[in-house]
Design a protein around this ligand. Structure first.
Ligand SMILES: [Zn+2]
Length: 131
């Protein structure tokens, strides 16, 4: 295992998520998800229909995802990441680095930083979180 300072991950891609031209705020997502859950809960209570439950579970999924993004500040989805700034703005980012052993490209795979040239060049992502 290489020392922590050997690896630098850089954001090679950074795109703020915008909805109708407005920056997406994590608290807004949580609020919308909560309203969705409460509203569909009431509709289900009144109608006993399965449809509001389906919409409600979307709300629940969105709520859980937003909470995870807010607490962890970054989550890794294949090649891309969802990041949340201190101000609560949500971004899509892509991280890349240079392997300190062979100068190969570093990618994030299943919570590990892996070298594209040699898969034995591998580091635990948890101790190399970008700032
Ligand atoms: Zn390497």
């Amino acid at each position: 295992m290489a020392k922590k300072e050997d690896i630098k991950l850089q954001r090679v891609y950074e795109k703020p998520i915008k909805i109708f031209g407005k920056q997406l705020k994590i608290m807004r997502v949580i609020l919308i998800a909560l309203i969705c859950m409460v509203y569909t809960g009431f509709v289900f209570y009144e109608t006993r229909s399965i449809i509001p439950l389906i919409f409600g579970s979307f709300g629940l999924g969105l709520f859980i995802l937003a909470i995870i993004v807010m607490i962890k500040k970054i989550i890794y989805i294949k090649d891309f990441n969802l990041e949340c700034s201190a101000a609560g703005d949500v971004y899509i980012t892509k991280l890349r680095g240079v392997c300190p052993k062979c100068k190969g490209d570093l990618k994030i795979v299943n919570r590990f930083i892996v070298c594209s040239k040699n898969t034995s060049h591998k580091w635990d992502l948890d101790i190399h979180e970008p700032n």
